[in-house]
Design a protein around this ligand. Structure first.
Ligand code: SF4
Length: 335
């Protein structure tokens, strides 16, 4: 599992936004992702975690060039995808697929599920006949746990879990090498979440596909991911193996996220659960100086206000962006 399939270097995503008030039409730049770097390896799942608004989805979309990055590189098969035209990107799109959060709204309601699943074949493999496309769609439906007899039905006749199976079948039919799953189970019931997670794991085992799995649910990420990337206000806070991350996170934000996961204890009043992450995420239009986490970090010192921490390499290949990570949970050395 060491072959790198995708290299992301210093990726930034900016959005132009206007206003903030009735008369305020000033254009401002929202920096949704700032200088994020990582590599994705064949057959691995990289879990991307963080609170709402931390830039997880923007990162996933920028990797796929569904939003165009402001800066940085996404290197796929030796070629930087950033800056390529839509036409030049088309061959890469075959190998880089996506599954979105809301399965029903991501499917065309006017197409049958058979047509939806087969549509990528029509675009990328025009040499196939209609009968061959139908046959491949039926095979794919079976692989994702749907009866091929349902191919003539429309998405609104399916449950949420079935719609997500259709989305996964459509994403997988071209046998891609990378799939970005953007909160793929958060709109589903808990029992269905497990089924979809197991389906994704089975498909990965069978195909060797690499997965970027975006989620705010750490329990699901623990089940799915081989490595974990933590984001806060568009910046990478920590990146490393699942085992190390869940056993001994280096970054205060990672530690707070993990401490915020409630242990199921029916006899314990909600008021007795700790609140390790007080306050809200600051506006990305006006991020704090220095370390962007400093306004919520109980360990902040003057250097955290004045200097943005660089990403440093801890043991086990972990990367962490905190001035004081050694003292706060790294390998024990004092800063
Ligand atoms: S750099 Fe400072 S403010 Fe940021 S996480 Fe580390 S200790 Fe907290």
């Amino acid at each position: 599992m060491s072959d790198t399939v995708l290299q992301v270097e210093d990726l930034s995503v900016h959005y132009d936004v206007r206003g903030g008030g009735l008369l305020n039409t000033r254009k401002r730049t929202l920096k949704a992702v700032q200088q994020v770097s990582f590599e994705l390896r064949a057959g691995e799942t990289l879990g991307v975690v963080g609170e709402t608004g931390c830039g997880k989805s923007s990162l996933g979309r920028a990797v796929l060039q569904l939003v165009r990055p402001a800066n940085g590189r996404v290197v796929w098969q030796g070629r930087d995808l950033c800056g390529l035209s839509d036409r030049e990107l088309r061959p890469a799109r075959k190998d880089l697929q996506v599954v979105f959060q809301d399965p029903l709204s991501s499917l065309n309601p006017r197409m049958t599920v058979g047509e939806i699943i087969a549509e990528p074949l029509r675009i990328h493999q025009p040499e196939l006949s209609a009968a061959e496309r139908t046959e491949k769609a039926a095979e794919m439906m079976t692989r994702v746990g749907l009866l091929p007899d349902l191919a003539r039905r429309y998405p609104n006749e399916f449950s949420g879990g079935q719609c997500q199976r259709v989305s996964i079948a459509r994403a997988m039919i071209l046998e891609p090498r990378v799939i970005v799953c953007d909160e793929p189970v958060s709109a589903l019931d808990v029992s269905i979440q497990a089924q979809i997670c197991n389906l994704l794991r089975t498909l990965q085992r069978d195909t060797g596909i690499a997965m970027i799995f975006i989620s705010h649910d750490l329990s699901i990420v623990r089940y799915m991911a081989h490595r974990v990337l933590v984001m806060y206000l568009g910046r990478l806070m920590e990146l490393g193996s699942r085992e190390r991350f869940f056993a001994r996170p280096c970054h205060p934000y990672s530690q707070a996220l993990l401490a915020a996961v409630p242990e199921p204890d029916p006899g314990r009043p909600v008021s007795q659960y700790a609140d390790p992450l007080p306050g809200d995420v600051p506006s990305p239009l006006d991020p704090p100086s220095g370390c962007v986490f400093r306004t919520r970090c109980e360990h902040a010192t003057p250097v955290c206000v004045s200097q943005q921490p660089a990403l440093e390499l801890a043991e086990d290949g972990h990367e962490v962006a905190c001035h004081h990570w050694r003292r706060l949970g790294g390998h024990g050395a004092a800063t």
